[in-house]
Every structure is written in structure tokens, then in C-alpha cells.
Design a protein around this ligand. Structure first.
Ligand SMILES: [Zn+2]
Length: 229
């Protein structure tokens, strides 16, 4: 697993296969918040990366419930036990609990996850230094995390940055999977607009590299996103 120091408080963890999503370590006074867990088989690599960066993982916060983001959650819970807190967006947690929370078909993969979150995240919640921003559309409960210290934004799968910044509501040749996994394309675009209005200083996404000073690229991505009626 490749470790990239993005800023003083943010470390990006990348799998060798670049189609697999990033995870992030956010530095807090008591250790790290891990954002997302990538696919299965990454638990040891994630805890090793945290040790190498000099602290323990204290909590695991998820941007959404898709399989490529929650894949190593159960294994991490097994390794770290009661020492970690697990936080998942409320609607996605209810989907994982077997509840039908939306009409129609869900997009993306929703594999069985045994771990029940300790906290169901809502818009406006705080996770250490991070503010939870509801941005539904890619999944029903999708959230982003805004670091209140420096306005870095961890935006999960609302945007991708493979090649260029793109909203996941429309087909993009470099990474078509993101659009295929998006549940409500109109809501996803609204969320992308709302996240752009936050004027983040850095954009960190599930798929693709971190983008410093991202607002012009985010605005361009809104213009090229296909409006959904
Ligand atoms: Zn996803």
C-alpha cells in the first residue's frame, strides 16, 4: 500500500491497483481517523500504514456503504476490536442492516458486512476535526468530511480525479464504474454543486489523486456534468 503525505493532517493510502479506492488517515490528537477501508484484504496494510505514520487508528469513518469502501471493515474490527469506533452514514448503515430505505434499485455493490456502526452519521456531525457534510446521490446516505482546520475536503465518490476532476453522475471514459455505481444522478450533481460551494482548499476523493486548490476544476466538472431532468 502506497502512502502519500497530502498535508500535515492527511495521509492518502493507495492500493497498487489504481481502480481500487483510496483510504485516508486523518491525524487527530488521540491518533488517526481512518476514512474508508478499500476492498477486502487491506486490514493489515491499513494498520501497518498507521503504525509507520506513528499513531493508532482510533476510529473508522465511512463516506458510503459501497463494497469497495467497506470491504476491509470487518477485518479491521477483528484486528482492532473494541478500541475503534465505527461511523457510517445513517441511510447506508440502514441499507447494510437490511432495511429498504429507498424506492427502486440500489446501484453499486452492497456486500454483507457484519460490523454494525457505533455511530450513524448525520449532516453537521463532528468526527474529531472533521465536519460531516451530507452529499447523497452516489449512494443514498453518502457523506463527505470537511477538515475544519484547513478546509481539506474528503469527498468519497461524489467526484473522481482520474485524469481530471469529474462528477460521478455521468459517463466518463477513464472511469466508467463510478457512474454505473451512482444511485441518483440528479442528487449526485446537486451534492457536487454543494461541495464546490464549500470552496475547499484541497479535494481528496475515493478514486484518483488529491487535488490542491480544486475549486476551478470542480467548477469545470459541474459544467461538463450532464444535467439530469
Ligand atoms: Zn461508491
Amino acid at each position: 500500500m502506497k502512502t502519500t503525505i497530502v498535508s500535515d493532517n492527511l495521509i492518502m493510502l493507495t492500493r497498487r491497483n489504481l481502480v481500487l479506492p483510496n483510504a485516508y488517515l486523518v491525524r487527530e490528537d488521540d491518533g488517526f481517523t481512518l476514512i474508508d477501508t478499500t476492498t477486502r484484504g487491506a486490514a493489515a496494510k491499513l494498520t501497518d500504514a498507521a503504525s509507520r505514520a506513528g499513531a493508532k487508528i482510533r476510529r473508522v469513518a465511512l463516506t458510503h456503504g459501497h463494497g469497495d469502501h467497506v470491504g476491509s471493515l470487518d477485518a479491521l474490527k477483528q484486528r482492532l476490536g473494541e478500541d475503534i469506533e465505527v461511523l457510517m452514514p445513517e441511510l447506508d448503515a440502514r441499507i447494510h442492516a437490511g432495511e429498504k430505505v429507498v424506492e427502486g434499485k440500489l446501484a453499486g455493490s452492497w456486500p454483507k458486512v457484519a460490523t454494525r456502526p457505533d455511530v450513524a452519521l448525520q449532516d453537521g456531525d463532528r468526527v474529531g476535526s472533521l465536519e460531516v457534510i451530507a452529499c447523497p446521490g452516489h449512494s443514498p446516505g453518502h457523506v463527505a468530511f470537511l477538515d475544519t482546520r484547513d478546509r481539506s475536503l474528503i469527498a468519497g465518490d461524489v467526484f473522481t480525479s482520474i485524469g481530471s476532476v469529474q462528477v460521478t453522475n455521468h459517463f466518463y471514459l477513464r472511469f466508467p464504474l463510478a457512474q454505473m455505481a451512482t444511485w441518483d444522478k440528479a442528487k449526485d450533481l446537486e451534492s457536487a454543486q454543494a461541495l464546490t460551494r464549500l470552496t475547499p482548499t484541497l479535494l481528496a476523493v475515493g478514486h484518483g489523486p488529491a487535488v490542491p486548490h480544486p475549486v476551478p476544476a470542480m467548477e469545470a466538472s459541474l459544467r461538463s456534468a450532464v444535467p439530469v431532468s
